[in-house]
Every structure is written in structure tokens, then in C-alpha cells.
Write a protein of this length. Structure first.
Length: 551
């Protein structure tokens, strides 16, 4: 690192002192905290993004969002060249620089890292970072801090793409690095075109069945609702009523996280919506759940990420089966795998296994699920909270393109041709970079129309086991260390035995605890044969967590 670069780093970082006594960690999805604590962290993540861009010779993304968290929080995360999450190999360095106490120690860390990673700061490619934010009021000033971080690396360019959903930013990073058009307009163009294509391919006999074109969407008073309100007029065959698209407080009594955890209607919904298909996005539109309002009540029938996954799996499996029936093409046995976390309802995992699918569990966090799903030709991953997508391997996609071309000339319009083109359309509609509520919603809608299914019929695929999730405030959540895809607690010693003894009291009892990576709490998840039992198991385990961790 030359003297000019050192001075620039020392000078700029002195303008962004870290808040005293605060220790931050990159967590499940980047750094998250009260927005007032984040300027220094975001500035430093700007530097990190610039270094990552130089090292990879690619465009990197930096997103300012705290997604489902309350509006006073904010956060920052990096999108790698593929559009996926920052490589986990860089997370310890992200933690180290975020917590460096002063400009000199920050400079020392950067100097060592640049040498260790062979990052060429002079004469190599210049850093290019796409910078997006959600609608949080604190976002604009944090974007300025990020710009300072990016540009204090010599030659670094920050490209401010404004207010976007998190998945849109990830999509743009991926598109830019593939050398294709990458604006927000191109994102809409791609999803609207592939959605229309799937809708046009619907078997006629299904078009007038139980499913209608009306959908009500809760936008969480965030960026997703705002974007969908603009997008909806370009969607043929679908009539969308968007509620909560910006007038109320972000994520307060609204949004996918609220609906999934509380299992009640979000603000602005009520008994008059009973029976209608409804969906809810989270604050930055990377999660999606569906629900229907129960008559004369504020309760809902929740259709969560597990059921979205099951719907996608059924549809894709069917398209592969139809394609497989074709005898006169070079066959390709595509591997289809499903990835879930410990939060997946036990009934969903059993259902997916009964379909003959390979189901794998990973720890919570898209970064883990995505990595696993990428091992298949078609990897479907979903968290119960509605975060997920479908990944297609390059090898499978190029085989599919060839078969589709061949079928288009030999048997255009045949079932096999439609199956091949449906699969291609799904791969273009669904975000290949990260879970995306907008494109996920369009795929759900297209598949329901294909099946001719109402939301009630979809929900009957299997019966969820009753479950309960609780948050427990403790002194230090990092004291909880888990293993085996977060299904057991390794430390503090003795807590797992106490939890197991509690679980043994319940029919179909299952329970686990883990530290949240986005909020300062320990999460408890319990499942049992009745709602009362699930509630009681969750509460008993909450008491155990307090006993072991409130010291
Ligand atoms: C983020 C992650 C998700 C994770 C969620 C909750 O979602 O992207 O993978 O499930 O946090 O994580 P935790 O339980 O560790 O707090 P989002 O929508 O907030 O970005």
C-alpha cells in the first residue's frame, strides 16, 4: 500500500469513528444494529467491498438494509460477483475491520489483509461497487458513508442505484458480471416476459378451475410494496391489490416476518378479505409468505416458505417427468434436490421425502442454503420464513436450451416442448442470485394457474404440525453454540440435556434453540402434536434458556 493510499485511509477513517463499547458481527445476513451505530461500520464495509471488487476483477454489490428488523435498525451486506452472499472466507476479516478501535489499527488490518490476499492496489483493476438501499430513513446518510469507504480506495467507483429491493441489487450484480443488461428496467422486463410466457403455456383445461386472478399483497410498508405497485399494471392475467406500500411504519404489524411468526392478519387486512389469496413481503422483499384470512377473525391460514417450496418442487418434478417421457432425445438425468433448515415444519420434510426428493438441512441463513442448493442441477431452497429460490446448473440449462430448440423444430407445442420451455422460463423468472419475493410471487401465481389450484387446495398439500417460535433476551447470545445444522446446543454444557428432557414429555415434540444472527435474541422453535403442546414446550424451553444464560 503506497503512502498516498495510507494517508487517504487514515484521513477518511478518522471521520467515521466506531461507537465506543459496541461489538458487531457479520451475522446471518451482514451487519445489523440500531442505525445510529452503523456509520463507521458501513464506511468500513465500503472499503471491504472495494477490496473484494479489486481482488475478483468484478462488480460487487453493497446493500443498505435491515430487512425484517424494526425501522430504527439498519444494516449492510455485500453481494459477491455471482450475485450471491459475500464469501464466508471474508467474514472474519469483515468482523475484524468493523471492530478495529481506531484508524491506525484499521490501517494495519487492511495492510496485512491486502498482502495476505495478494490484492493489487496499484496498476490493477479499479474497484466498482453497486450501491443500493431500502426505504429506511437512515439509508440515505449510510449510503454516503459507504461511498466514502469505496472511494477512499484509489480509483474506487461507487455506482449509486438508489432504492431497490435487496434481490434486485443481487440480480443486477450478477447480470453486470455476466455482461448482460443490468438496470432495474431490465430486471422487470425479464420477470414480466418469463411470467407471461408461463401463463401463456397453461393447459386450457386448468384455466377456469378453482383459481382466480385476484391477489392481495401486504408490502410491509417497504420497498417491495412500492415496486410491486408500479409493476402490477404490466402483469397480464393477474389483478393485484397492493396494501401497505409505504404509508405506515415499515415492518410494524405488517410484513412476512410478522405474518409468519404471529399467524394473524397484517395491518389493513380483515374479515372482508376472508377466502381471498393473500401474500406478504418483508421489508426489503427477499421473503414471501402466503395466507388466507379466516372468516370473522384476525387469524389466518398460513402458507409458509415450506409450502412454497413444496409447490415449486411438485411443479418442477412434473415438468422433468414429462420431459423424461421423451424417448428420442439424448436423455439427461437431472438431479433435483431440496434444502431446508431446522425451522422447516416436520410435516413438510416428511411430505417432500414422500415425493421421493432428496432433502438436506443446513444452518439458518441463505448463504448456507444457497451453497448447498448449487450442488444440484435443480436445487430448491427455502426457509420456513419465506426466503428461498431455485438454482439451475449451467450444464443443465445448456442441455435444456438444446432440447428446447430440437423440440421446437420436431414437435412444437407438444407436452415435452412445453415442459422444456416451462423449465427455461422458470430459470429466467426466478432470481438465480438470491431469494426474491417479487419473482417468487410470480412463480407461485403461474404454478397455481397451471395446477388450477386455489390457495386452500394448495394449503392442503399436507397439514403443518403446530409450532411456536419465541425470542428470548439474554445477556450474551453468543454464549449459545450449536451443532448439527443448529438442531443441538453444544454450549453451554448441560442445556441440551435439559431441552431433551422437556421434549420427551410431548408427542411429536421437537425443539431447538439458536442465537439470532440479525437480532440481539436467542430464538426458540418448538413443534408438537397440538398447538397447546407446542406453546407449552416453547415456554418451558424459554425458561431453560433463561436459567442457563441469564447471568
Ligand atoms: C435474514 C437471512 C435469513 C434468516 C433471517 C433470520 O433474513 O437472510 O436467511 O432466516 O435473517 O435470521 P436469524 O434467525 O439469524 O435472525 P432477512 O430477511 O432479515 O434478511
Amino acid at each position: 500500500m503506497n503512502q498516498q493510499q495510507r494517508s487517504a485511509l487514515l484521513h477518511s477513517s478518522s471521520l467515521f469513528p466506531p461507537p465506543p463499547g459496541v461489538k458487531l458481527s457479520y451475522g446471518t445476513a451482514g451487519f445489523r444494529a440500531d442505525a445510529s451505530l452503523l456509520e463507521s461500520t458501513v464506511f468500513r464495509v465500503g472499503i471491504l467491498a472495494a477490496l473484494r471488487s479489486i481482488q475478483t476483477g468484478s462488480v460487487i454489490g453493497l446493500m443498505i438494509t435491515a430487512s425484517h428488523n424494526q425501522v430504527s435498525d439498519n444494516g449492510v451486506k455485500i453481494a459477491d460477483p455471482s450475485g450471491g452472499m459475500l464469501t464466508q472466507l471474508w467474514e472474519p476479516f469483515a468482523d475484524a475491520i468493523a471492530n478495529a478501535p481506531d484508524p491506525n489499527s484499521l490501517l494495519q488490518l487492511l495492510d496485512d489483509f491486502v498482502k495476505k490476499e495478494n490484492i493489487t492496489l496499484e496498476g490493477g483493476p479499479a474497484a466498482r461497487v453497486l450501491l443500493g438501499r431500502d426505504t429506511r430513513p437512515s439509508g440515505a446518510s449510510l449510503v454516503e458513508a459507504a461511498k466514502q469507504g469505496i472511494t477512499c480506495i484509489t480509483g474506487g467507483t461507487a455506482i449509486d442505484v438508489g432504492v431497490l429491493t435487496t434481490p434486485q441489487l443481487h440480480w443486477m450484480v450478477r447480470a453486470k458480471n455476466k455482461g448482460v443488461e443490468a438496470s432495474e428496467h431490465h430486471y422487470y422486463d425479464q420477470i414480466v416476459t418469463s411470467f407471461s410466457y408461463l401463463m401463456d403455456n397453461i393447459p386450457r383445461e386448468n384455466s377456469s378451475k378453482d383459481v382466480n386472478d385476484k391477489l392481495i399483497v401486504d408490502g410491509a410498508d417497504g420497498v417491495g410494496g412500492e415496486k410491486l405497485e408500479k409493476l402490477k399494471s404490466s402483469l397480464k392475467y393477474l389483478s393485484i391489490d397492493v396494501r401497505n406500500y409505504g404509508d405506515g411504519v415499515l415492518n410494524e404489524g405488517v410484513g412476512a416476518d410478522y405474518v409468519q411468526k404471529e399467524k394473524v392478519v397484517p395491518r389493513g387486512f380483515g374479515p372482508s378479505d376472508a377466502g381471498i389469496r393473500c401474500a406478504s413481503l418483508d421489508g426489503d422483499a427477499d421473503r414471501l409468505v402466503y395466507f388466507s384470512v379466516l372468516s370473522n377473525s384476525n387469524k389466518i391460514d398460513l402458507v409458509d416458505g415450506d409450502k412454497i417450496l413444496s409447490l415449486f418442487a411438485l411443479f418442477l418434478k412434473e415438468q422433468l417427468r414429462i420431459l423424461d417421457d421423451k424417448a428420442n432425445t439424448s436423455s439427461y438425468k437431472a438431479s433435483l434436490g431440496v434444502v431446508q433448515t431446522a425451522y422447516a415444519n416436520g410435516a413438510s420434510t416428511e411430505y417432500l421425502k414422500q415425493l421421493g426428493l432428496e432433502v438436506v438441512l443446513t444452518p439458518t441463513g441463505v448463504k448456507y442454503l444457497h451453497e448447498k442448493a448449487a450442488e444440484y442441477d435443480i436445487g430448491i431452497y427455502f426457509e420456513a420464513n419465506g426466503h428461498g429460490t431455485i438454482l439451475f446448473s449451467e450444464t443443465f440449462l445448456s442441455w435444456l436450451e438444446n432440447i428446447n430448440n430440437e423440440l421446437s423444430s420436431t414437435s412444437k407445442g407438444s407436452d415435452q416442448h412445453k415442459a422444456a420451455s416451462n423449465l427455461l422460463a422458470v430459470s429466467k423468472l426466478i432470481n438465480q442470485a438470491v431469494g426474491d419475493a417479487l419473482s417468487g410471487l410470480l412463480l407461485v401465481e403461474a404454478i397455481l394457474q397451471h395446477m388450477g389450484w386455489s390457495i386452500q387446495k394448495w394449503n392442503e398439500l399436507y397439514q403443518d404440525l403446530p409450532s411456536r417460535q419465541l425470542k428470548v433476551k439474554v445477556v450474551d447470545r453468543t454464549a449459545v453454540i450449536t451443532g448439527n445444522a443448529e438442531t443441538v446446543v453444544v454450549s453451554p454444557v448441560g442445556i441440551q440435556e435439559a431441552i431433551d428432557a422437556e421434549i420427551a414429555k410431548y408427542t411429536k415434540g421437537r425443539c431447538f434453540v439458536r442465537p439470532s444472527g440479525t437480532e440481539d435474541v436467542v430464538r426458540v422453535y418448538a413443534e408438537a402434536s397440538t398447538q397447546e403442546a407446542a406453546d407449552s414446550l416453547a415456554h418451558s424451553v424459554m425458561v431453560i434458556v433463561h436459567q442457563f444464560l441469564w447471568f
